[in-house]
Design a protein around this ligand. Sequence first.
Ligand code: PRP
Ligand code: URA
Length: 214
Amino acid sequence: MDFFNENNIVIFDHPLIQHKISILRDKNTGTNEFRKLVGEIAMLQGFVALSDLPLENVEVETPLETCMTPMIAGRKLAIVPILRAGLGMVDGILSLVPTAKVGHIGMYRNEETHEPVEYYCKLPSPIEERTIIVTDPMLATGGSAIDAIGQIKKHGGKSIKFMCIIAAPEGLERLHKAHPDVQIYVGHLDRELNDNAYICPGLGDAGDRIFGTK
Ligand code: PRP
Ligand code: URA
């Protein structure tokens, strides 16, 4: 399918990311290690996803002379995790940009219809001036990501990136069609959704595995 080669979709093939995702998939990986790996993968993905952060030249005195040298312009980044599982990716990105602001969007999937239900939205202002990176480890049907990004746009968000660890082809296609302007970063593109809209082979329920719930 052509859209996988669109400029706005990056599917990572870095060996470190693939290795860490394989450990996440293992049902014997415990909560502590799972949570740590989700953070590490988010940091590795963030390094690439943030390669277009705006810079400005500032004056710095080295031991030898004064020079103009680039630093990240202003405090322009907002990280917006989709609750709950997206929270697991926040610290990894904050370790790259500690001054980023963090918003939250609460969504859960209705277990029967698989439709997303929104229960919370709080975004840092001025949201329209920020680069926004929406995080959620799982892009399954795409419903949660599509609605979360729709909500951010309603609040004025313009420059939006979406970062997930595993995507199903169905969800990736839906998200790209609904929000073609959004840059999408995917750790691994899996085979398909099953009848319960779970990603296969996937890693199970990301929220439960990060937070140790069932
Ligand atoms: C999971 C996941 C995504 C959503 C993906 O959340 O973290 O938000 O499902 O599914 P979709 O692409 O079909 O919308 P879940 O509803 O399990 O909530 P949780 O993070 O609170 O566990
Ligand atoms: N949400 C998850 O956590 N896992 C899936 O496979 C699908 C939705």
